[in-house]
Design a protein around this ligand. Structure first.
Ligand SMILES: *Cc1c(COP(=O)(O)O)cnc(C)c1O
Length: 444
């Protein structure tokens, strides 16, 4: 080993600043660059507002999640939740990292096929599957996760018509201590509906039951809820074996891990309070390996993690349009990105940061988007330094759900770029223009 070089000792003053109500330093975080590229350069080249995704962050987050589960359980398979973010460039990174596809509509199914995903690696969820969608899924050997009895009967009819076997699982809803319970999707565990569905599937000659699925909710702060879910699915798994001498191939615990965003009304910042992948993995794998299931028959563990894998990799760069005062003297600021681009601002207190050094003085501020619409509020109360018109800000943790739920209201959707692992930038979705609309609208 090389001898370390001598360095002169130094005494540096601790500048922790005044604690905020959380006891954390009230220092303003500045984000001047993303993966080594300056925010001002990105805006100059691609415009404002601008969505930026970091390939490096995506790959690092996936690696962290995989490690947490793969070191604790013998067979783990992630499936990328398309509705969380289905930009091709983003989806392709997840597939490159070994993820299957988790889709909830015919559109998403077609998208996965078009991206070259093998049909047997597509998990087809959701309450809306038409006869045509089911045909496509059966013909491609997909894993069809049945949501309700009407879908089950339609599937039996469709499989008979095609004279092909359909590979199926059921979505199970259950009481895991998380309320309100998401019992609008799937078959209920406690009232026996799920067990009834399993029996009907086992009786149907054209259906092959291969797994059990649940998705207990989203942004679940209690890892223990997953332990309850895993235990209940393990019970169904064993009951299926006992009655039919049939081992299922997988147990799918869906998505729902919290990202590091802070929910509205939360006292502490999300980054401090959300369970880590390790904590979720510990709860789930403990429940499975300590269940009645013999170890040689342990099913594959499927995970459909969405927001926790992509939120941190997405940024929205925005520019200050105006500073004003309300009639009561409260500080208001208008920026060029609104709720049209930030659907998640309805649930989260998104982190907004200057991209250049600012004055140390902060004032409680309301940050508005640019829309001519009263609900266009990005933060109703944030302690924010004084910034000028034209200054650039960075909104962090916007990688999940915004570029799928964004709306086209009075303006064009902006460019979306990717910073690849080598630090090179490229447009992955082009800004809209009048042409976008001319192509699909009638002239009169
Ligand atoms: C939305 C969804 C997911 C992803 O959920 P996250 O909360 O983003 O992890 C996974 N599975 C199903 C069935 C979903 O509907």
């Amino acid at each position: 080993m090389e001898k370390l070089k001598y360095e002169k000792p130094v005494i540096s003053k601790i500048t922790a600043g005044v604690p905020s109500k959380f006891g954390l330093p009230a220092k303003q975080k500045i984000i001047s660059e993303i993966d080594g590229t300056k925010v001002s350069d990105l805006i100059e080249e691609y415009g404002s507002p601008l969505f930026v995704f970091s390939e490096k962050t995506i790959r690092n987050t996936v690696a962290e999640a995989r490690r947490a589960f793969e070191t604790r359980y013998p067979k783990v398979q992630f499936a990328w939740s398309y509705k969380t973010n289905y930009l091709n460039a983003v989806v392709n990174i997840f597939h490159d990292e070994g993820s299957w596809a988790e889709v909830v509509s015919g559109f998403e199914f077609e998208k996965a096929l078009a991206l070259g995903v093998n049909g047997s690696h597509i998990l087809f969820n959701g309450p809306e599957k038409s006869a045509k969608d089911l045909e496509l899924a059966i013909n491609n050997n997909a894993c069809i996760h049945i949501d309700h009895f009407d879908e089950l009967y339609l599937l039996i009819e469709t499989a008979r018509k095609l004279n092909k076997k359909a590979r199926v699982a059921i979505r199970v809803n259950m009481d895991t201590g998380i309320y309100p319970m998401w019992d609008r999707f799937g078959f209920n565990y406690e009232n026996g509906e799920a067990w009834n569905a399993i029996n009907r599937i086992m009786l149907a000659d054209k259906l092959e039951l291969i797994g059990l699925h649940t998705h207990i909710g989203t942004y679940i702060m209690a890892a223990s809820a997953y332990a309850i879910a895993a235990t209940k699915l393990a019970n169904l798994f064993m009951a299926t074996h006992r009655k039919f001498n049939h081992w299922l191939k997988y147990i799918d615990l869906g998505g729902g891990f919290a990202s590091k965003n802070t929910l509205k009304g939360a006292y502490m910042p999300g980054a401090e309070t959300c369970p880590s992948f390790d904590e979720y993995a510990e709860a789930i794998t403990n429940a499975l390996i300590s269940s009645e299931i013999p170890h040689e028959n342990l099913p594959a563990l499927f995970l459909e993690t969405g927001r926790a894998l992509i939120d941190d990799a997405g940024y929205l760069l925005t520019t200050v349009l105006a500073n004003k005062r309300s009639s009561t003297g409260r500080r208001n600021m208008v920026i060029d990105a609104g709720v049209n681009l930030l659907f998640t601002s309805f649930w989260y207190n998104l982190g907004i940061h200057p991209s250049q050094p600012t004055s140390e003085y902060m004032e409680e501020t309301t940050i508005y988007g640019p829309l001519c619409m009263n609900i266009d509020v990005i933060r109703d109360a944030i302690n924010f330094p004084h910034v000028k018109t034209g200054d650039q800000l960075v909104i962090e943790r916007v990688g999940a759900y915004n570029v799928t739920q964004w709306m086209q209201f009075i303006t064009y959707r902006p460019n979306v770029i990717m910073i690849d692992s080598n630090g090179k930038t490229r447009i992955i979705k082009k800004k809209e223009s009048l042409e976008t609309f001319k192509n699909s609208e009638a002239k009169d």
